[in-house]
Design a protein around this ligand. Structure first.
Ligand code: GLC
Length: 418
C-alpha cells in the first residue's frame, strides 16, 4: 500500500469542513474556487459523491449574474484577511467579489465520467451553473468580444503576485480605505509571501470595486487594472470544450452550438497571442495596450486548450526544457535566473503541482508524452520527499508555504493514477 496515497486522502479528510474542502487549515480557512475544482477531480478517483458535493457547495456561492466567486465564506474565521467585511458583497452566503480560473467545467466532466449515467440529473444542475458562469465571463470580462477574457484583480489569475502583474499593478495606488491587517504572514514565512506594497494595491482594487457595488459594467469602466490573460483564457477554452461536450451529451444542442461559437472565437484569439521571438504566448495589458512579456508559466498554459502546429509546439516545448534545465523540480512559475526570479516567493519562481497538472494535460494533448512523463515523475518525487506542501522551491526541491495542502493532495492522487 502506498503510504503517500493514504496521506493524501487523510489530508482531504482533515481539510473537510462539511462537503467542501479548505485549501489548508488557518492560512486559507474557506472554500476557494479553483482549489475546489482540482480537489473534486481528486475525489472523482475514489468518491464521486464527495466530488459532486465539492462542486455543489461551491455553486452555493454563485451570484445572480453568474459569477462564481473566488472565495465562499461558508463559516466565519478570523485567521484570514480580507474577510467578508472588506469585500462588502451582497450574496446571501458571504463571498468575495472577484473570481478565479474556471477549472470547474473541466472537473465536472471528469466527475461525471467517473460517476456514470446515473449521475445525469445531478450533473445537469452543475452544468447549468457552469454555463451561466461561462456566459458571465464573456459578457462581464470580454464586453468587446475579442475572445480573450480580462482580469480586474491579480488574485483572479490564481497566480497572485506573479511578475506578470508588476507593470500593470504598479499603476494601482497603494492608498486604501480599509486598514490592511495581514494574517498570512502570521502562518508562514514572510519571505515566501507577497510583499506589503502588493497587499495595499490588492486592497485598493477591492475598495474600488466595492465602491462600484460590484456591478460588472461599472467595474469595467473604473478598473485601474485590466489584463486580457492567457492562462485564464486557456482554462476557459478547455472548460468550454468540456461544457460543449456535456451540452451535446444532454441533448442541449442550441446551447452546445452557442458554446462552440464562443470557443472558436477564443481559440482564434489565443493563437494570435503566440510570440515567435519569445517562444511562448503573452497576455495583454488592456490599460496600456501592450503585450505582457514577463517570463512566467502562463505563457505555456495554452497547450491545454490548443492543438498546436508542430513548429509552434516544438518551439514552446523547447523553451519549457530550457527553463527546466538543472532544476530539481520543474515547472518554475518564473524563468530561472532572470531579474525578479525568487525561487521561494509564491508565484515568482516556485513550482506548483496544479500548474504541472495543467501542463501535463497540455503536453499530452499535443503528444509530447515524454515531456509529460518527466514532469509527472518529478512532481511525484517532490511530493513524496517533501510532503503535500503548497508549492516547491524548484532549485532545492524544498516544500514551501502552507503544509497539508488540499490541491497538492488531489494532484498527487491524479498523478499516480495517470
Ligand atoms: C493563493 C493562491 C491561489 C489559491 C489560494 C488558495 O491565494 O495564489 O491560487 O487559490 O491561495 O489555495
Amino acid at each position: 500500500m502506498n503510504m503517500h496515497l493514504n496521506e493524501a486522502k487523510r489530508i482531504l479528510v482533515a481539510n473537510d469542513r462539511g462537503g467542501y474542502t479548505v485549501p489548508t487549515d488557518r492560512l486559507y480557512p474557506f472554500q476557494w474556487n479553483w482549489d475546489s475544482a482540482f480537489v473534486a477531480m481528486g475525489f472523482a478517483l475514489y468518491d464521486t459523491d464527495r466530488a459532486y458535493r465539492e462542486l455543489e457547495r461551491l455553486v452555493e456561492g454563485q451570484w445572480a449574474d453568474g459569477m462564481i466567486p473566488h472565495i465562499v465564506f461558508h463559516q466565519p474565521s478570523d485567521t484570514y484577511f480580507p474577510g467578508p467585511d472588506v469585500w462588502r458583497t451582497s450574496h446571501m452566503i458571504p463571498t468575495s467579489g472577484i473570481t478565479q480560473p474556471p477549472v470547474f467545467a473541466i472537473a465536472l466532466r471528469k466527475v461525471f465520467e467517473a460517476a456514470g449515467p446515473q449521475a445525469r440529473s445531478r450533473t445537469i444542475l452543475l452544468y447549468e451553473a457552469a454555463l451561466k458562469w461561462h456566459r458571465w465571463w464573456y459578457s462581464a470580462r470580454d464586453p468587446e468580444g475579442t475572445g480573450l477574457v480580462a482580469l480586474l484583480h491579480p488574485w483572479e489569475s490564481g497566480s497572485d503576485n506573479s511578475p506578470a502583474w508588476d507593470i500593470a499593478l504598479a499603476r494601482v495606488p497603494t492608498t486604501t480605505d480599509t486598514p490592511v491587517v495581514r494574517r498570512d504572514t502570521g502562518h508562514v514565512n514572510a519571505e515566501m509571501r507577497p510583499r506589503d506594497e502588493d497587499y495595499s494595491r490588492f486592497i485598493h482594487l477591492v475598495d474600488t470595486y466595492a465602491a462600484c457595488r460590484w456591478n460588472p459594467a461599472k467595474q469595467w469602466q473604473k478598473a485601474p487594472f485590466k489584463v486580457a490573460e492567457i492562462q485564464t483564457t486557456a482554462i476557459l477554452l478547455k472548460a468550454g470544450e468540456d461544457l460543449e461536450y456535456l451540452a451535446r451529451l444532454f441533448g442541449r444542442s442550441a446551447e452546445a452550438d452557442a458554446i462552440a461559437a464562443l470557443n472558436d472565437r477564443t481559440r482564434r484569439a489565443l493563437i494570435r497571442q503566440w510570440r515567435p521571438k519569445l517562444s511562448r504566448f503573452v497576455s495583454r495589458d488592456l490599460i496600456s495596450g501592450e503585450d505582457i512579456e514577463a517570463a512566467t508559466q502562463a505563457g505555456f498554459i495554452p497547450l491545454l486548450a490548443l492543438d498546436l502546429e508542430a513548429p509552434v509546439a516544438d518551439a514552446l516545448v523547447n523553451e519549457m526544457s530550457a527553463w527546466s534545465e538543472g532544476l530539481k523540480v520543474a515547472f518554475p512559475t518564473t524563468r530561472p535566473g532572470i531579474v525578479g526570479w525568487e525561487p521561494k516567493r509564491y508565484w515568482r519562481g516556485p513550482a506548483w503541482a496544479i500548474i504541472n497538472w495543467l501542463l501535463i494535460d497540455g503536453l499530452k494533448r499535443n503528444r509530447y508524452t515524454d515531456a509529460a512523463e518527466d514532469l509527472r515523475r518529478s512532481t511525484i518525487a517532490a511530493i513524496e520527499s517533501e510532503g503535500f506542501a503548497e508549492y516547491f522551491d524548484p532549485v532545492t526541491g524544498e516544500g514551501c508555504g502552507g503544509l497539508g495542502f488540499s490541491w497538492t493532495a488531489a494532484a498527487y492522487l491524479w498523478l499516480i493514477s495517470t
